[in-house]
Write a protein that binds this ligand. Structure first.
Ligand code: ADP
Ligand code: ZN
Length: 597
């Protein structure tokens, strides 16, 4: 009788505990593992943090033959292989960083069947690349990671992914083919199946929801002030600040540095060495916050990122959800806050315009941008909006954990303020920028105000007690809600939009939904011990030159605080502790816990 997947599954569970320290597969992982154990082509669409990799890593350890994992980024590949090796799994990679001597040696080891898991860059997949190997050891599975890179509809199309199908076709025996991605609209899903030539694949779509992430859009916010305050308030937590352009990244980086906050920065205009250093400092918890363009993050598996701030609106929801999704991969709470300003729309339009000459692509990108803009303005649940976009949820619901459905935000009647501000803009004949308008409203004694005789206006000094920043914030909010517009790029001036005239004439009232500052997430476990364990993890990481989260995730450290293990056996009970980790780190962590007790 042939061995079925039901017979094999207990072995998969045993391996899961042995290597990764987990007692069970998550509900989303199990069907994927089962369909691979049954030998079926499989597509798994799972949100970031759901634990995709384990779905192919465990079956790979059970198949007779090697599993090739196609992975788009060299840094990602190295991280994954390092983490596997640290867990005691024989894995290796093939990419362009190897010298030709290393390459031949490694190919030879692979052919000897020493590695059940081999990560390979798609560029390395010319047909025949593994010919010398397949006569000695069969390729049992090809696992395509980040499979959305296959599709033009994806947000990260990579031509080299077109090598995969011909490569598979050139193999003497067809392997199981599996494809994994976090981000896939139905168009992308169909492309993956078609372009990889999958045979009657099992398709598993996990809900895209990331319940531990808090989503919020802030419009009309003083971005600099908000960002500095936010980062200061979360000084002990790791966070990423994404901005749309290199220049903007530099500006935010300088702002934070000037305020005495140790930050890193990452964008394509920096040297390779600077970039690598910033990334390492962040991964190794030397720097808590990094300011970056979207060039940063594909290779970042860091699981303890507690917040992702978007200083600018990204170009589409795929990018947004992927970037924001880098928060809270360990399942602990994470904040995803987007600071929207109308200027962001202009920046993204411009970027689309210069990105390609292909009119069809431009049309697609513009369509996607519009949905992103809609996200920034919807009064509905933000989570439902996202899930809807990815074809997941059908009915709209209130999630209770996003800026729009969170209790506490209040509707405030700001009609009087609106009338004061708009009439000031009107009296200044729509010729000046935000700062000067704010100065006039405050009643500033600034030279320029005097010279232009703006102190003679009836709106001069309407808000003597408010700070200039508060007045500016008020103006920003009116811009965000489309009563005012900022026009011109070099010296933008404030103009009245049609809605503002209705307010001036007393025809409508202005209500704003204003949110209070969010409190920091409450600590779930004894923070004293948690901080000690963190420090221990960091010093081990430094010795071993691997990022701290690769040793144990924040979640595992928290679970140590809960379980408070006394001996090796109890230590093994902690979720995230496998045999190998017990041997390597058990002693040190047990001692730390004992001292705490
Ligand atoms: P993805 O690649 O889907 O973004 P990862 O593979 O990085 O996700 O996994 C996210 C986190 O979840 C990691 O810290 C991983 O160790 C953890 N994880 C994966 N599978 C399980 C499981 N069955 N039980 C508990 N934690 C898990
Ligand atoms: Zn909600």
């Amino acid at each position: 009788m042939p061995v079925t997947e039901t017979d094999r599954f207990p072995r998969a569970l045993a391996l899961l505990k042995e290597y990764f320290g987990y007692k069970s597969f998550r509900p989303a992982q199990e069907p994927v593992v089962r369909s691979l154990l049954a030998g079926r082509d499989t597509v798994a669409i799972m949100p970031t943090g759901a634990g995709k990799s384990i779905c192919f890593q465990i079956p790979a350890l059970m198949l007779s033959g090697i599993t090739l994992v196609i992975s788009p980024l060299i840094s990602l590949m190295k991280d994954q292989v390092d983490a596997l090796v640290d867990a005691g799994v024989a894995a290796t990679f093939i990419n362009s960083t190897l010298t030709s001597a290393e390459w031949s040696a490694r190919m030879n080891d692979i052919a000897d069947g020493r590695y059940p898991l081999v990560y390979v860059a798609p560029e390395r997949l010319e047909t025949g690349a593994f010919q010398g190997i397949t006569s000695r050891v069969p390729i049992a599975m090809v696992a395509v990671d980040e499979a959305h890179c296959l599709s033009q509809w994806g947000h990260d199309f990579r031509p080299s992914y077109q090598n995969i199908a011909p490569f598979i076709a050139s193999l003497p025996r067809r392997p199981i083919v599996s494809a994994f991605t976090a981000t896939a609209t139905p168009e992308v899903r169909d492309d993956i199946i078609r372009l990889l030539g999958l045979h009657e694949p099992a398709v598993h779509v996990t809900g895209f929801d990331r319940p531990n992430l808090y989503f919020e859009v802030r419009r009309g916010e003083d971005k600099k002030k908000f960002t500095t305050n936010y980062v200061k308030k979360h000084a002990d937590e790791a966070g990423i600040i994404y901005a749309a352009t290199r220049k903007e990244v530099d500006r935010i980086y300088e702002l934070l540095t000037k305020k005495g906050i140790a930050a890193g920065r990452y964008h394509a205009g920096l040297s390779d060495a600077e970039r690598a250093k910033a990334q390492d400092d962040f991964l190794y918890d030397n720097l808590q916050v990094i300011v970056a363009t979207n060039a940063f993050g594909m290779g970042i598996d860091k699981s303890n990122v507690r917040y992702v701030l978007h200083y600018n609106m990204p170009k589409n929801l795929e990018s947004y959800y992927q970037e924001a999704g880098r928060a809270g991969r360990d399942g602990e709470p994470g904040d995803c806050i987007l600071l929207y300003a109308p200027q962001d729309v202009r920046t993204q339009r411009f970027l689309i315009d210069v990105s390609t000459d292909d009119e069809e692509r431009k049309r697609i990108e513009t369509q996607k941008l519009q949905r992103m803009i809609d996200y920034c303005h919807t009064p509905e649940c933000l989570r439902s909006f996202i899930l809807h976009y990815f074809g997941g949820a059908t009915e709209s619901a209130e999630c209770g954990n996003c800026g729009n459905c969170k209790a506490g935000a209040t509707d405030v009647d700001v009609t009087i303020d609106a009338q004061k501000v708009f009439s000031c803009v009107y009296r200044m004949r729509e010729r000046y920028g935000i700062t000067l308008v704010a100065q006039v409203l405050k009643g500033s004694a600034d030279q320029r105000v005097k010279k232009l005789h703006l102190d003679e206006l009836s709106t001069y000094g309407l808000y003597p007690k408010k700070t200039l920043d508060d007045i500016k914030l008020m103006i920003q909010r009116f811009i965000a809600t489309d009563y005012l517009a900022l026009e011109g790029t070099e010296y933008p001036v404030l103009r009245l939009r049609p809605a503002a005239y209705d307010v001036l004439r007393g025809r409508t009232t202005v209500i704003q939904h204003i949110l209070p500052e969010k409190e920091a997430a409450p600590e779930t476990a004894d923070t004293g011990l948690f901080q000690h364990l963190r420090a221990l993890r960091k010093s081990i990481a430094q010795e071993e030159s691997i990022p701290p989260y690769m040793i144990f995730s924040d979640k595992t450290l928290r679970s140590m605080c809960d379980v408070l293990p006394r001996d090796e056996e109890e230590f093994l009970e902690v979720s995230g502790v496998g045999q190998r980790k017990l041997e390597k780190y058990g002693k040190a962590f047990l001692q730390c816990i004992a001292e705490h007790r």
